[in-house]
Design a protein around this ligand. Sequence first.
Ligand SMILES: [Zn+2]
Ligand SMILES: [Zn+2]
Length: 134
Amino acid sequence: MEQTFEGGCLCGAVRYRVTGPVQASGTCHCRTCRKAASAPELPFATIAVKSFMIIQGRPVEFRSSEEATRSFCGRCGSPLSYRHDSTPETIDIMTCSLDDPDAVPPTHHIWASHKHRWTVIGDGLPVFATTRPA
Ligand SMILES: [Zn+2]
Ligand SMILES: [Zn+2]
């Protein structure tokens, strides 16, 4: 799907535009994503870095592990993106930061082995204990 999406943080200080196809759309239950979102899971959409453009403001970046960089709004704290050093050509944007998250519904769950005991996955989508097999 070749579409243009826009999104941003809660307070509006940071805005971004996506001008390319979504390569994958999932939701992650890993411990780090849960902490970063302060939520039971973190839905993400994978796109090419070249399709991603910050159009307003400047997100803050930090290393959430030895290989990963996350960005968020330094004013309101909304998580915005995730990048892994092993895949420098792609970036994951946080689906719920999009203006229309319904346009990019998750197709699978990853890191279900980390999920809270009280998280019940009942949407019928494929569930992977760790990452999705290639
Ligand atoms: Zn903000
Ligand atoms: Zn995760």
